[in-house]
Design a protein around this ligand. Structure first.
Ligand SMILES: Nc1ncnc2c1ncn2[C@@H]1O[C@H](COP(=O)(O)OP(=O)(O)O)[C@@H](O)[C@H]1O
Ligand SMILES: [Mg+2]
Length: 255
């Protein structure tokens, strides 16, 4: 999406969205490909992705499938992510700690809008993330990375070598620096949550992103992210020192 097409015509009605089918059925979300046509007389169109989160409070596989999810998945309830997210009412806090239905619903609300909010901040900070178009009712619309015929591959599947691999590592470090400077840790960074498209590395999948200032374990998540991706590059013969990179990132945090 070029600078001039963002974001006015994308969100200014009238526009028409056409469903082009399921792109991926992931861990917690189904990803659909959408074509949005609008822009009044200009008649522009572009491809978007609709990330459709696991329906709230629905936990049985059959129920999920009945709601149209292609692949049911377990609700993520990693206790570590819940620390530092402040639920002001003690009733809500208890519900979250005990993972009651109400607690799951509260968490789901947090995660889903959280992903949009974090990506909007990162996009404004200049990080290469898909442009987050809108968030509504568990459906997150964002810029699609790829061609109509083929989606951008995950870094893990992009089969990069030589100069491309080195370029991806450089962009990873630049991206991490910008994300950290903006005050966030991705929280689930791996070669599966990075896309490679036309020589650019894209960061995706931020529902669990951690606010470094608010979360007492924020630096642990950052360290784990850095270790994960450095190990991936290391296995491909590119020597990245995770501790040196972590130290460099610590230096860009403004507390
Ligand atoms: N904006 C996008 N453009 C192209 N492909 C995408 C986009 N967002 C997600 N995908 C594809 O869908 C997969 C799952 O999306 P992701 O946001 O990682 O959700 P999750 O892993 O939680 O299911 C990604 O690995 C990628 O292959
Ligand atoms: Mg993912």
């Amino acid at each position: 999406m070029s600078e001039t097409t963002k974001p006015s015509w994308l969100v200014d009605e009238p526009f028409v969205d056409t469903d082009l089918g399921v792109l991926r059925s992931g861990k917690e979300a189904q990803i659909d490909l959408i074509e949005r046509t609008g822009g009044g007389e200009l008649g522009r169109s572009c491809l978007l992705v609709r990330k459709w989160y696991l329906p709230r409070s629905v936990t049985r596989k059959g129920q999920l499938e009945a709601l149209g999810m292609q692949k049911a998945s377990a609700f993520r309830h990693d206790v570590q992510y819940r620390e530092g997210r402040q639920f002001r009412k003690s009733r809500d806090r208890r519900a979250v700690e005990q993972m009651t239905t109400h607690g799951k619903r509260l968490l789901q609300d947090r995660w889903t809008s959280h992903e949009h909010d974090v990506m909007a901040k990162l996009w404004r900070a200049g990080v290469t993330v898909p442009y987050p178009v809108s968030f509504d009712d568990d459906r997150f619309l964002l810029e699609y990375v790829g061609h109509r015929e083929v989606a951008a591959p995950q870094l893990a599947r992009a089969r990069l070598h030589g100069r491309d691999l080195a370029a991806a590592a450089d962009q990873l470090i630049d991206g991490l620096r910008a994300i950290t400077a903006a005050g966030w840790a991705h929280g689930d960074l791996s070669a599966y949550n990075l896309l490679w498209w036309e020589d650019r590395l894209w960061f995706i999948d931020f529902p669990q992103a951690v606010d470094l200032a608010a979360n007492p374990r924020g630096l642990d998540f950052l360290h784990r992210d850095v270790t994960n991706v450095c190990r991936w590059f290391d296995r491909r013969g590119l020597d990245l020192d995770p501790e040196a990179l972590f130290a460099e990132l610590l230096a860009v945090i403004s507390w």
